[in-house]
Design a protein around this ligand. Structure first.
Ligand SMILES: Cc1ncc(COP(=O)(O)O)c(C=O)c1O
Length: 379
């Protein structure tokens, strides 16, 4: 998947899928996409393009040729405290350092606090720093939270920032009956889409979309043997971090041919509805506590454990997750929310039913009872 002459039909089909996804996300006018190995590479690529495009805009400096400019240590990327860790990782790899990422507090439901975001941007400018990129998330890993994308787009416009949206997890909503939850995504300068998450593709399969395809020039490198300036047929290596790549677009093409957009969207919609159902079951449950209303297909919850201190409660949650795993009941996620170990359902299987969820919660109660009796003996 590098040059036309080595992979002509694959190039043709991948570009066809790039055009499809660009259209789906409302960026067909000037936009384009490229296939990536997943969210990590898409985020890294987006921030790299943002860095080089913005530095070129600020000072005409070409990072690709001349390296970072002398003001590089003033550059800042702004995102939420709930953004994916790969934003920081990318900043480190790009020579800006992880400390160039300023995180803004999130609301209870995991979405960025817009007022705090504005304050952060003002404060950075007051300190003589240079915020150049704003990262929103459509589907945070834990809460499945979708940031207020239109408000963030307004701020990005007002402060002259590159607006990147990490929709690795949430992008599948575009095909579902809940597509309006992504309203505003079309205003981003770049969008991370992961087909190996809600689009049900085998690993690996992701994409990066850019609103202005001209920005791919910051990645372009010519090689005499591969992608000459004089070539008239497209070489996908021109817009890729990798040189040789797998033909991952074929999987997506086949899935869409087999299921259709509606079929795929229906599967995604079902997981969203089931997450809501699971959250309602948690909310009604006398010994479970719901941590946040789901916006996507994850459900965060904790057990109510009177009589145990915080440390014991955290250990209890780790233990119950382990028991459910090794006894073949369920693979629950474990994460930390507001400093406390919490459990997470990440509902991806479109064949799951409300009854399956009910049975899971019964098992949780059953195992909790067994563990609790051990605790009361030990305490
Ligand atoms: C919101 C978000 N962004 C990025 C990533 C990284 O994606 P990948 O694992 O495809 O590299 C993840 C992974 O889980 C994610 O949840």
């Amino acid at each position: 998947m590098d040059s036309w002459d080595q992979a002509s039909s694959a190039t043709y089909l991948e570009q066809h899928m790039c055009n499809w996804v660009t259209r789906k996300f409302g960026m067909e006018q000037y936009g384009d996409a490229t296939f990536t190995s997943g969210g990590t590479q898409s985020n890294q690529m987006a921030l790299l393009l943002a860095r080089d495009a913005m530095i070129y805009r600020f000072s005409g400096h070409r990072v690709q040729k001349d390296g970072l400019p002398d003001y590089f240590n003033k550059l800042r990327i702004v995102c939420s405290e709930t953004s994916h860790f790969t934003v920081k990782k990318a900043a480190g790899q790009m020579g800006l350092g992880e400390n160039a990422v300023c995180t803004v507090a999130a609301r209870h439901n995991g979405t960025i606090k817009i007022k705090a975001l504005k304050k952060t941007l003002d404060s950075l400018l007051d300190q003589g720093l240079i915020p150049f990129a704003l990262v929103g998330t459509a589907g945070t890993t834990d809460h499945g939270a979708i940031d207020a994308l239109p408000e963030m787009a307004d701020l990005a416009q007002r402060y002259g920032l590159w607006f990147h949206i990490d929709a690795a997890y949430g992008s599948g909503l575009k095909l579902s009956p809940y597509a309006e939850r992504l309203d505003g995504i079309e205003r981003a300068d770049s969008v991370t889409v992961d087909f190996h998450k809600l689009f049900y593709q085998p690993i690996s399969c992701g994409a990066l979309l850019v609103k202005d395809k001209d920005n791919f020039r910051f990645l372009l490198h010519r090689a005499d043997y591969l992608n000459r300036d004089t070539d008239t047929l497209p070489n996908l290596v021109d817009k890729s971090l990798s040189t040789t790549r797998r033909f991952d677009a074929l999987k997506l093409f086949m899935t869409l041919r087999t299921l259709g957009e509606q079929g795929l969207g229906g599967m995604i919609g079902h997981t969203v509805e089931l997450a809501k159902e699971a959250a309602d079951q948690v909310a009604r449950h006398t010994s479970l506590s719901l941590l946040s209303e789901p916006q996507l297909s994850t459900v965060l919850f904790r057990l109510i454990l009177p009589g145990l201190n915080e440390e014991q409660q955290d250990a209890f949650h780790r233990r119950i997750r382990h028991e459910l795993l090794v006894n073949g009941i369920a693979v629950l996620g474990e994460t930390v929310i507001k400093g406390r170990v919490s459990l997470k359902l990440t509902i991806l299987n479109p064949l799951l039913t409300a009854e399956n969820i009910q049975n899971l919660f019964s098992s949780i109660t059953e195992y909790a009872g067994i563990i609790q009796s051990e605790y009361s003996v030990a305490v």
